[in-house]
Design a protein around this ligand. Sequence first.
Ligand code: G3P
Length: 217
Amino acid sequence: MFLDTANITEIEAMLPFNWLTGVTTNPTLLAKEKGQTRANISREILSILGESQRLFIQATGVTQAELYEDAQTILSKDARIAIKIPADQNGFHVMTQLKQERPDVEILATAIFSVEQSYLAALAGCDWVAPYVNRMANQGLSASRIITDTVALFKQLGVSTKILGASFKNTAQITETLIAGAADVTIPADLVEVMMQNKLAADSIQTFNLHAKGGCK
Ligand code: G3P
């Protein structure tokens, strides 16, 4: 499981559970951390992550050259950084170039809304594709269907590209994405909190605690 946030407090709160493979950020999440730069936030996140945990940072740029430059800047900072590249025409160029030059760099193709984008990202050698589940739902698209089809296609092609479900607004979207065949998910911290809480479980636990103290309901 990945945490989809650039907030240090949220990451720190989740680290003791030992659930996290890493953290994913994007420019919108970074912008929420007022008064901080991408470089500062990344340094701080890396300082609390373990040796095997990854930090995904998204490259930005309007042109192919800008996107490539930014990816190089991001990747130069730390070996635990993996790069997110948007899956559009410039992005496909940059993914291909990066994989040719540095096959060991881990690339996540982001802003995925179709099987077609995932197909091209896999052919470009990406390690991950990130379908945007809630944003698909907002457009009347079936994320589960798109993920199931992508899983089938990747299997048929024999590629090792994995699906990292992203963009969640409720916990049902998360479990549906995993059941549809996504290898992993990146979740906002507030939804992890929701997943830990269950009203029926809370009632049962409260009763157990009462009985353990010798009380009765
Ligand atoms: O990881 C991508 C994700 O952050 C997009 O999520 O909630 O902005 O649709 P959202």
